[in-house]
Design a protein around this ligand. Sequence first.
Ligand code: PGA
Length: 237
Amino acid sequence: MHLLRFDSLPAWVSGVCALWRDRLRMNPALNICLPTGLTPAAVYAELARNVDRGDVSFTRASVFALDEFGGLPADDPGLTRNTLRRQLVSLVDLPSERFHCFDPNGADIEEQCRRYDTAIGRFDLVLLGIGLNGHLGMNEPGSDAGSPTRRVDLHETTIQSSARYFEHGNLPRWGITVGLGPILAAREVWLLATGTAKASVARETVKGEVGLHLPASLLRNHPNCSFFLDSEAGALL
Ligand code: PGA
């Protein structure tokens, strides 16, 4: 795991975006998996500005949403797919048929997940936030390292953390997530963390034991994983 540490949040945003532009230029057909959450929002805003200026393009790329919350109406602004559309997809030149996302209200979730894994093939790049409990996407502690894309129950900490994304108290208790299998099989993985709240789990990820108790720690065995930290998230390292 390469540690990439930045002195400030603006430097962190610029650092992630600079490397993302590089990857898209080197491979315009980049097959990429993207999270939502508070962490990547500024990165998406800057990358959308880069696309607007003509610095880089998504015209040949494919984007897969990392996960989705279940049990909510399709137009809830806090859903992963609506957030990704609002923060990135609708602002860049990605063809709509190459934006892939889950529909938890759809009929056959198992079949949907199977088709998702087939469509993924192999990711060139996966961006991930990190949960306070070390989860990746909705792969909670205890998830199998080879787990496929699937329906999952959310841990209580994840349910409570998700309150930040919703304008109501009807917090989701389950979701659909890209599995640890396709995440760990990606050619490259970037783990993103900012802010003091992530300092402790960042330390645990880098210095603690590698194991299923902390899914993020499994990335230490990945051959090409970078952990992007601002000074606050990296403060205990
Ligand atoms: P956050 O979420 O970016 O909103 O902190 C990260 C996560 O829980 O995976």
